[in-house]
Design a protein around this ligand. Structure first.
Ligand code: ADP
Ligand code: SF4
Length: 691
C-alpha cells in the first residue's frame, strides 16, 4: 500500500466552501473536444476523477459569443443551451468523488470571432493576436459593464451546471483580464489604465463579482500568469507579477499560477526540464494563505512531496501528467509507483487542440477514446480464449501490442531483431533533448516484465520462413520503417538526380547502430528537411553540436513547421540559430552535382548553388515490411503452418508518429478476436442534431 512518505499528497485541501480530497489537481487544459465533442470530454474528465484527481477542470469556457476562438474547440457557456453538456462533465467527475472546475474566459483581443462575427473587444485598439486582419475595439464603460455582467451570469450558470470551482482567468495572453493588466496591451487613460492598480481594477471587480455570485457554494480560483517571460516589457515575477499577488492575496479562494504564453507554460521536454516553473511561481505562497497550484510536468511523487514541503505549492497541478496517466494519484496511493505511465513531454496532446480534433497522447493510447471506443486506461477485457500471438518487432507498436495482449491474457511471444528493446523510442531518445522519449519503452518494458504469459526474445531477426515454422496462430508485424534515400518527400514526388555514389545520409545513419557521425566527410553539411516535423531540426542540432558547419534547407517557410502544432516551433528556430546552423527557408533541393547542390526558390524557381560535402535527407519513410510481404506471398501455406491471421501494425503498416505506433499496437490488442467490419465506423460519433 501507500508509502507513508507520500501521505502528505493525500491530505485534503480547503478551497473556499469546497474541500478537495487530496492535493492532485488537474488544471484546466484544452482537449480538442470542448463544446463540439461533449460526451467524449465528459468521459475523459470522469476517468481522471476515477484515477484519483481531486479536482478536474474543463478547458477554457468562453463566457460570451464575443469571446470565441473558432476554429479551436474550447468550451462554451454563452447561455443555457450549454448547460446539458457542462452538466454531463460535472456529473462524470462527481460520480467519481472529484470536484469539477470550469475556467471561465473572455478571450479579449485573442478572439477573432470567426464564427459569431462579433467585434473583438480589448482594453485598447489592438490587432487580434492570431494574425487575422481584424482588430479588437477599445472597450468603453458600457462594454466593461457588459463584460462584468456576462462573467457573473456565466458563473451563476456554472454553479447551476454543478461546478464546484469557478475560475477567473488572466493567463496565457489569451484572456481579456491579462490584456487589461498588461502595460503593452493597455494604453487607456481612464481608471482602467495607467497605474497597476487601475490595470488590475477589472480583475479585482470580476473576482469580487464572482465571489458574490457563487462564492457561497463554489471555490473561486484565480489563474494568473506571474511571469510573461518578456523581461521589462511584461509582467514578471520580480515586478508586477509579484505586486498583483500582493494586492489580491486573500481575494481568490485558490491561486493557480503559471507563466505566459501557453507556449512558455507547456514547454516540451526538449526545451524545459520537470519543475521548470518553480523559479517563477515560488514566491506566491509567501504572500497568501490561500492554496496555491502550480504545474511543471511532475510525474514523480518524490518531486511532488518536495514542492509541497518546500512551500512552493499546496496542490500539484497537472495537465500532461494527468493525460499520460489519468490514474497517477491512485497508483501513488496504492504504492504502485512503477506503474505510473510518465509523460514524455512531447506535446502530441496539444496537437489535438491545434488541429481541432480530440486529444491524443503518445504514452496513453486510450486518451480521447474513453467515450467513443469505450477504452479505459487501466482496464481491458480478458480475451475469450488463451490464444497465441507472435509479435515481431519491439518498438513502440510491438511493445504496446505485446503489453496489451498480455494484459488480456493471451499467450504472447515478442521477438526483436536487435540487442535492445524500444525501436525508434530508444533510438530517438538519444537525440539532443529527447531522452524522456525513452519512457515509451521503459514503461512498457516494466509492465511486460510483470506478465508471466509474455515471452520476450532479443537478437531474434525473424524471417517469413521462421514465422511459418513456429505455427503461432496470430502474427503481428511491427517491424518499423526506414527513411528514404531518394529524396521523395512532402513536396518532391520524383527521385532526386545525382545522388548515386555521393555522400548521402538519412536519419537512420545517425540512429541506433548508425555510425553516420563517424562517416561524415570533412566540409559543409546540408540537412534537407522535406518532412517538417522534429527530425530535420534535431539532426541539424546534433551535427552542429558535433562542431560541424550545417545548413538546414527546407521548402517550408518555417523551420520544422509541424512543431508549430506542438508549440515548439519558435524554440526550435531559436535553438538552431544559437547553435550556428544556417537556415535556408522556402528552398527546394533540385539535385546534386559534385560537391554542390542545385537549389531553387520554392516560390519563383530562381536557381541557386550550395556547397555540400554531405547531404542528410529528411524526407519521408517506407515501411520495413519485407517479412510481412513475404508472409502474404505465402498465404497458401498458412493453414498448414497453423497461422490464422497476419497483420502489419505501426510504422510497418504506415509510418507516422510514435503516438500513432503506440495507438496501433493498442488497437491491435483491443480488436484481437473481433471481426472488424471495414464498412462500419469503428467508434461512436457525436452527431449534431438538425433543428
Ligand atoms: P514502430 O514505431 O512501428 O514500433 P520501430 O521502428 O520503432 O517501429 O520498431 C520496429 C522494431 O522492429 C525495431 O526495433 C526493429 O529492430 C525490429 N525489427 C525489424 N525487423 C525485424 C524482424 N524481421 N524481426 C524482428 N524484429 C524486427
Ligand atoms: Fe505527455 Fe506527450 Fe502524452 Fe502530452 S502527448 S501527455 S506531452 S506523453
Amino acid at each position: 500500500m501507500r508509502d507513508p512518505r507520500y501521505d502528505i499528497l493525500f491530505e485534503p485541501v480547503q478551497i473556499g466552501p469546497v474541500t478537495a480530497r487530496n492535493r492532485f489537481y488537474q488544471v484546466p487544459h484544452c482537449c480538442g473536444m470542448g463544446y463540439r465533442f461533449p460526451s467524449s470530454a465528459a468521459a475523459m474528465r470522469g476517468v481522471k476523477a476515477e484515477g484519483g484527481w481531486a479536482v478536474v477542470c474543463t478547458e477554457e469556457a468562453e463566457i460570451h459569443h464575443s469571446a470565441e476562438i473558432t476554429p479551436y474547440l474550447e468550451n462554451r457557456i454563452w447561455d443555457d443551451q450549454d448547460l446539458p453538456h457542462l452538466k454531463a462533465m460535472t456529473e462524470a467527475v462527481h460520480v467519481q468523488g472529484g470536484l469539477a472546475g470550469i475556467e471561465l474566459v473572455h478571450n479579449g483581443q485573442h478572439a477573432a470571432n470567426h464564427y459569431s462575427r462579433a467585434v473583438p473587444l480589448g482594453p485598447s485598439h489592438r490587432a487580434v493576436d492570431n494574425g487575422a486582419p481584424v482588430q479588437a475595439r477599445a472597450m468603453d464603460k458600457t462594454d466593461i459593464a457588459n463584460l462584468r455582467r456576462w462573467h457573473r451570469q456565466a458563473a451563476i450558470r456554472a454553479r447551476e451546471a454543478g461546478f464546484d470551482i469557478v475560475y477567473v482567468y488572466a493567463g496565457h495572453d489569451m484572456a481579456v483580464l491579462q490584456h487589461f493588466l498588461s502595460r503593452r496591451h493597455n494604453e487607456r487613460t481612464d481608471e482602467y489604465g495607467g497605474s497597476l492598480e487601475n490595470r488590475l481594477r477589472l480583475t479585482r471587480e470580476i473576482l469580487i463579482d464572482t465571489k458574490e455570485a457563487v462564492g457561497d457554494r463554489c471555490g473561486v480560483a484565480f489563474r494568473f500568469a506571474v511571469d510573461e517571460l518578456l523581461g521589462e516589457d511584461g509582467i514578471s515575477a520580480e515586478g508586477e507579477g509579484r505586486e498583483v499577488v500582493e494586492r489580491l492575496a486573500e481575494l481568490p479562494d485558490l491561486w493557480d499560477v503559471n507563466v505566459s504564453t501557453w507556449q512558455n507554460d507547456s514547454q516540451t521536454a526538449r526545451f524545459a526540464e520537470e519543475g521548470y516553473q518553480e523559479r517563477y511561481i515560488g514566491f506566491v505562497k509567501s504572500l497568501t494563505s490561500k492554496p496555491v497550484v502550480g504545474v511543471g510536468r511532475y510525474t514523480s511523487p518524490d518531486a511532488m512531496v518536495r514542492v509541497v514541503k518546500q512551500g512552493i505549492m499546496d496542490m500539484i497541478g497537472a495537465a500532461r501528467p494527468s493525460i499520460a496517466d489519468p490514474f497517477l494519484p491512485k497508483k501513488i496511493e496504492e504504492g504502485r509507483i512503477d506503474d505510473i505511465r510518465e509523460c514524455i513531454g512531447c506535446n502530441i496532446c496539444v496537437t489535438g487542440d491545434e488541429v481541432s480534433a480530440p486529444i491524443r497522447c503518445t504514452q496513453n493510447p486510450t486518451m480521447g477514446e474513453e467515450w467513443r471506443r469505450g477504452w479505459h486506461p487501466e482496464v481491458i477485457p480478458a480475451a475469450k480464449d488463451r490464444e497465441r500471438v507472435l509479435i515481431v518487432g519491439g518498438g513502440p507498436a510491438g511493445l504496446e501490442a505485446a503489453r496489451a495482449c498480455g494484459q488480456r491474457g493471451l499467450e504472447v511471444v515478442l521477438a526483436e531483431a536487435s540487442e535492445a528493446w524500444g525501436g525508434r523510442a530508444l533510438h530517438e531518445s538519444r537525440l539532443p533533448g529527447l531522452s524522456s522519449w525513452g519512457r515509451v519503452k521503459d514503461w512498457r518494458l516494466g509492465q511486460l516484465h510483470k506478465l508471466a504469459n509474455v515471452e520476450m526474445y532479443l537478437a531474434s531477426p525473424l524471417t517469413a520462413e521462421d514465422i511459418l515454422s513456429y505455427g503461432i496462430a496470430h502474427v503481428a508485424l511491427a517491424t518499423g520503417a526506414t527513411w528514404r534515400r531518394d529524396g521523395i518527400g512532402l513536396t518532391r514526388h520524383q527521385p532526386l538526380a545525382g545522388l548515386d555514389g555521393a555522400a548521402v545520409f538519412t536519419p537512420d545513419d545517425f540512429l541506433g547502430e548508425g555510425d553516420g557521425l563517424d562517416r561524415l566527410p570533412a566540409g559543409p553539411l546540408v540537412v534537407y528537411d522535406d518532412e517538417g516535423y522534429f527530425m530535420g531540426g534535431v539532426l541539424a542540432e546534433l551535427l552542429a553540436k558535433a562542431g560541424r558547419a550545417v545548413t538546414l534547407v527546407t521548402p517550408a517557410a518555417l523551420v520544422s513547421p509541424w512543431t508549430d502544432k506542438t508549440m515548439e516551433q519558435a524554440f526550435v528556430h531559436r535553438r538552431l540559430v544559437e547553435k550556428g546552423v544556417t537556415l535556408r527557408l522556402g528552398t527546394l533541393l533540385k539535385g546534386r552535382d559534385g560537391d554542390a547542390l542545385d537549389l531553387a526558390c520554392a516560390y519563383t524557381g530562381a536557381p541557386a548553388r550550395l556547397d555540400c560535402a554531405a547531404l542528410v535527407l529528411v524526407t519521408s519513410r517506407l515501411p520495413r515490411d519485407g517479412v510481412y510481404q513475404d508472409l502474404k506471398a505465402r498465404e497458401s501455406e498458412w493453414t498448414e503452418a497453423g497461422i490464422e491471421s497476419v497483420q502489419s501494425i505501426g510504422d510497418c503498416h504506415a509510418p507516422a508518429t510514435i503516438a500513432a505506433a503506440v495507438y496501433a499496437g493498442h488497437r491491435y490488442a483491443r480488436e484481437f478476436g473481433e471481426v472488424i467490419d471495414p464498412d462500419a465506423t469503428p467508434f461512436k460519433r457525436e452527431v449534431i442534431q438538425v433543428d
